[in-house]
Write a protein that binds this ligand. Structure first.
Ligand code: PAN
Ligand code: ZN
Length: 188
């Protein structure tokens, strides 16, 4: 039993790049071949190098998935690049427990947080080192890298949020973030 003693936290965070150490940290990597159908130009995506790494996620899970009242903490790196004119991005999801909110913040690089509500209205917020984003419940979220370097973001979400990819997998977001005349623009 811990009684009246000073203990070290089992977790540590590299504040510069979001690397997480300690506890149960799981890693997920997504390559181009994991993203079939997510980009506008599927034929271009299918002609590209399929094992190119697009994004990688570290998630710190101090409690079991679905625990009510717990919090998870994550770090996502989105590598720079485009499929045609569309920036590399995460799949995007609603939370399975749809009303669960989330915080994102920018650590490195420049990007866009693309948000879509249940009425399929889409908008975006610029991500930069120090930017802080509150994602309300019932809002789908994905991040796109609009810079030439890695985009690194941190995230914190409830342990009973869950991830629901179905609507995005089937219908996408109502707008896509494309490069138009060298600048990011929401199209659609
Ligand atoms: C994030 C995302 C992470 C990867 O941790 O899961 O950035 O994006 P996809 O899950 O859409 O592939 C989060 O929003 N958690 O809830
Ligand atoms: Zn989320």
């Amino acid at each position: 039993m811990i009684h009246n003693s000073i203990v070290e936290s089992p977790f540590s965070l590299n504040i510069l790049n979001g690397n997480l150490i300690g506890g149960k940290v799981i890693e997920a990597k997504k390559c181009l071949n994991d993203l079939v159908g997510f980009f506008d130009d599927e034929s271009k995506r299918s002609e590209m190098k399929q094992d190119e790494l697009i994004y990688e996620v570290l998630s710190l899970l101090p409690v079991k998935e679905n625990t009510e009242g717990g919090l998870f903490f994550g770090r996502t790196i989105i590598h720079p690049g485009k499929v045609g004119d569309e920036y590399y991005m995460t799949k995007g999801h609603f939370h399975s427990n749809s009303n669960r909110a989330e915080y994102y913040w920018g650590l490195e690089g420049e990007g866009m947080l693309i948000l879509m509500n249940r009425d399929r209205n889409t908008w975006a917020e610029r991500i930069f080192p120090g930017s802080l984003h509150y994602i309300p419940g019932h809002v789908a979220h994905r991040t796109a890298n609009i810079s030439n370097i890695r985009l690194i973001i941190g995230a914190c979400w409830p342990s009973d949020a869950g991830h629901d990819y179905d609507e995005i997998q089937n219908k996408g977001f109502s707008s896509r973030l494309m490069e138009v005349n060298g600048k990011p623009q929401l199209i659609g």
